[in-house]
Design a protein around this ligand. Structure first.
Ligand SMILES: *[C@@H]1O[C@H](CO)[C@@H](O)[C@H](O)[C@H]1NC(C)=O
Ligand SMILES: *[C@@H]1O[C@H](CO)[C@@H](O)[C@H](O)[C@H]1NC(C)=O
Length: 297
């Protein structure tokens, strides 16, 4: 049996250690993760260099949830490295494995045709396509890759569609994730119904049958991870999250020439989209089916 005095000394020491640890944690966290304001470019609150960053593995994984009170900035070096190592799949070097190789135009509604006409049949361009579905049917990028030597980034949140996408051997980067509607990574509840897969809730605690929890990353993070800040054509068809995703992008440092944005599920519709795009230096060009085209001027 220890003497009461010794017990007090031990307790006081434990108390000091716990307090110091907490204090250190709070200091580090406050210094590194400024609370971002939704819609603001991530670079505004990522003001620290890699040497000042100390986030251990557990803390880092927890931050990917995007539940706060601290967030990982889209251009956080550790996040960029994580995405490089765990999310992005490089372009395939194998021959295409397409179900219908004879189909020359992968976007029969005319999106590719319109993009090419705006970009004067540009060769060797770079695209972003989200959602990419299986990478073949209704693809707003496959023909660019096959016949105009483009490469790009394919983003598809549905695990089922992505599994098939991988078998196509696309000559583009691909990522099985959703694009974050916030300027930091976040996990969401996703309904992967084919072609209409969409974020149903940012609360991941009430996942219904058939729904899955998916990790979203900011588009900026994906682009930084592949060192790509110039994009010729960005096709966003992500069932209502289009504007939230665009608002996370620092369009002064990421140069995107042409956007096509599906407008039907966006609250406020066309005027809201046009209004925001105008503030970012874009002119409305035309509509193809339910996609609005914008060109940077
Ligand atoms: C080619 O695609 C089909 C259909 O998606 C798939 O079943 C098959 O395994 C793929 N082949 C290769 C070599 O990936
Ligand atoms: C991007 O640049 C970094 C640093 O220069 C390099 O380590 C990395 O391999 C590059 N990644 C790609 C995909 O080009």
């Amino acid at each position: 049996m220890k003497s009461p005095a010794l017990r007090y000394i031990i307790l006081i020491n434990i108390g000091i250690v716990v307090l110091l640890a907490l204090f250190k944690y709070v200091l580090i966290e406050n210094a590194i993760f400024d609370n971002p304001l939704p819609g603001e470019p991530a670079s505004l609150y990522q003001q620290f260099t890699e040497d000042t960053i100390h986030v251990d593995h557990t803390e880092f994984e927890a931050l990917l949830d995007g539940r706060g009170p601290y967030y990982l900035a889209a251009d956080h070096p550790k996040l960029i490295q994580y995405v490089r190592d765990n999310v992005l799949i490089p372009p395939s070097t194998l021959p295409y494995n397409l179900t219908h190789p004879e189909t020359k135009n992968s976007s029969p509604e005319g999106q590719i045709k319109r993009a090419l006409s705006i970009l004067k049949n540009k060769k060797n361009g770079f695209f972003i396509e989200a959602g990419a579905l299986t990478g073949e049917f209704w693809s707003d990028s496959l023909s660019l890759e096959r016949f105009y030597d483009w490469t790009g980034l394919l983003v598809e949140a549905s695990p089922t569609s992505f599994k098939e996408l991988k078998t196509k051997n696309r000559k583009a980067w691909s990522a099985n994730c959703c694009l974050s509607p916030k300027p930091y990574p976040i996990k969401v509840t996703f309904d992967p119904s084919y072609a209409t897969g969409q974020i149903v809730d940012t609360d991941t605690s009430k996942v219904k049958s058939g729904q899955v929890v998916v990790q979203c990353f900011p588009l900026q993070t994906l682009l930084l991870a592949i060192n790509q800040t110039h994009v010729d054509y960005c096709s966003l068809d992500i069932q209502g999250s289009e504007m939230d995703v665009i608002k996370t992008l620092p369009l002064d440092t990421i140069d995107i020439k042409v956007f096509s944005i599906e407008h039907v599920l966006i609250i406020g519709g066309k005027p809201v989209i046009s209004g925001y795009m105008k503030t970012q230096g874009y002119t409305f060009h035309s509509t193809v089916n339910i996609d609005m085209f914008f060109v940077k001027h």
